[in-house]
Design a protein around this ligand. Structure first.
Ligand SMILES: [Mn+2]
Length: 379
């Protein structure tokens, strides 16, 4: 075998606080350590949203805040908090790189780790991982007939403005994030801290029909935020470049709110419609962003989505049980005879939970599930 390409995504590791949904450090470190031992070169691709800078607070004097204006200093501070909270994973990557000079790690940009575009963040991360020449950052990966990309560029709400990645606010360089990302940082995080478990339950539509109070809150807060975006913020923050709203986003938002369909479903469809040349040029195409596993075998190629590594649950509406979602990664072998691929599950021993119990004390259950995976959160 010439090479192995491993793709996994949407790990969304944060600072180990209430808003951090990643607890599978042991399983992920074990996987990375097993990859290190391979005799052939391994390209380890973290396909976006590896880090959750949006949900990662800045912590000063034990107080958490979610600054809206993301300077390089803030991003670097957050990276160090994530490192402290998930050292085991960083160290596994470090030893993976150390094992062979031919092993590489590629961080693809996602909408939750947009901050990786800052050169300073890249060099800090390279320093932490110790082998800077083997660490890469990119919007996509394309080699040996394999193409990977996070997928947020096909999501109207979260796409990056590639022509305008930065803004200037009060003389400082800040990230030009999507309207949705600014909303998450400025509005949604306080609700996530108050209801930290709800965001882990899939699908959202079922959750919102089962938890009427939470649905009311989400709907009301979203409508309020939309109305303020249109009628209030443009005047209140006239000289602030982070309070603008593209018209198409607004239209889409109203459509989704009406149907309670807050999640995007079709990035693959939008990708196919875009008729990008990468579709013809490659045999295996991998996206992330959508947290469902997806396999689409087409006549000339295959489109794959491995799903997320967050602590997510499937809501069984009939019996009110929450079933922990399995984590997957994609293994691609590059041989002289061509490419082979597999979507491989990672077995983690977890218990089924009861929704009724969880809504009574969400914070307690965050601790219990972390314990089940041998992870110690910050709080
Ligand atoms: Mn994403």
């Amino acid at each position: 075998m010439k090479k192995e390409i491993i793709v996994l995504g949407d790990i969304e590791m944060g600072a180990g606080t209430l808003t951090d949904d990643f607890i599978s450090d042991n399983a992920l470190a074990k996987l990375v350590n097993s990859l290190a031992k391979k005799k052939h070169p391994v390209d380890l691709i973290f396909n976006g949203d590896t880090f959750d800078f949006l949900k990662c607070p800045v912590i000063k004097d034990n107080k958490r805040s979610y600054p809206r204006y993301i300077t390089p200093e803030i991003s670097v501070e957050k990276l160090h908090l994530m490192y402290q909270a998930h050292k085991k994973v960083f160290m596994a990557i470090k030893s993976f790189l150390k094992t062979s000079k031919k092993h590489k790690v590629i961080f693809i940009y996602g909408n939750h780790d947009y901050d990786l575009i800052y050169r300073w963040v890249q060099s800090e991360l390279r320093n932490i991982l110790g082998y800077p020449d083997q660490v890469f950052f990119s919007l996509n990966y394309e080699q040996h007939g394999v193409y990977t990309e996070h997928g947020h560029m096909y999501d109207l709400f979260y796409r990056m403005n590639l022509n305008n990645m930065f803004l200037t606010h009060q003389g400082k360089k800040i990230l030009n994030m999507s309207w949705m990302a600014f909303g998450m940082i400025s509005k949604a995080m306080k609700h996530k801290e108050a209801h930290p478990f709800m965001d882990r339950i899939q699908n959202r539509h079922t959750l919102l029909t089962q938890n009427k109070d939470f649905a009311k809150l989400v709907k009301w807060e979203s409508i309020k935020h939309l109305l303020q975006t249109i009628f209030y913020y443009p005047f209140r923050y006239m000289s602030d470049p982070t309070y603008t709203l593209p018209r198409d986003v607004m239209k889409e938002m109203f459509r989704r709110l009406k149907s309670l369909q807050l999640e995007l479903t079709g990035i693959v469809d939008i990708f196919l419609q875009s008729k990008k040349p990468v579709l013809k040029k490659n045999k295996i195409i991998v996206f992330g962003h959508i947290h469902d596993r997806y396999i689409d075998e087409r006549p000339n190629n295959v489109i794959l989505q491995p799903g997320s590594w967050r602590d997510d649950y499937e809501f069984n509406q009939k019996n009110g049980k929450l079933i922990p979602r399995t984590k997957y990664y994609i293994q691609i072998q590059v041989k002289d005879s061509g490419l082979t691929w597999k979507v491989i599950p990672v077995i983690i021993n977890r218990k089924v939970l009861e929704f009724k119990k969880i809504i009574k004390d969400q914070k307690k259950w965050l601790r219990i599930v972390a314990e089940q995976e041998g992870y110690t959160p910050r709080q």
